[in-house]
Design a protein around this ligand. Sequence first.
Ligand code: THU
Length: 144
Amino acid sequence: MSKKISDKTLRALADAAVEVKKNSYSPYSRFKVGAAVLAEDGQIYTGTNIENASYGLTVCAERNAMFRGVCEGQRKFVALAVCTDPVEGDAFGTPCGACRQVMTEFMDLNAPILLVAVTKKGTRKICKKKLKDLIPFPFLKPGE
Ligand code: THU
């Protein structure tokens, strides 16, 4: 069983995703995304989407956050938060399929995923899901 993550820690993770979104490099889509992952030792790693003139080279915020942690030696993340610019009707922005697949590499399927929306009026809303809600029937490492 994984350890319960306190509400305070989850709030800090959501704050980190909101904060880092400001550094998004997205001159082509003009759609800013920020993400933060919590490693099992309590460290938080953040990332933004980084776009390129050759559009297909863009890397999403979620993968950049995870990969920063992995580059620092982390192999397990216990929660992830993602904050996007407002989407249609104040709905929540959600991770793309590629990021969901990469999450299954480094996260438990029961890990909490926080979708953080800051409305045009500046109000913060959080929708809490589990990774398995986002990616049912995932492709897992051979043998798992
Ligand atoms: N984007 C992310 O950063 N994360 C996702 O999960 C979905 C999409 C970025 C990629 C691109 O820079 C912009 O959002 C528009 O697709």
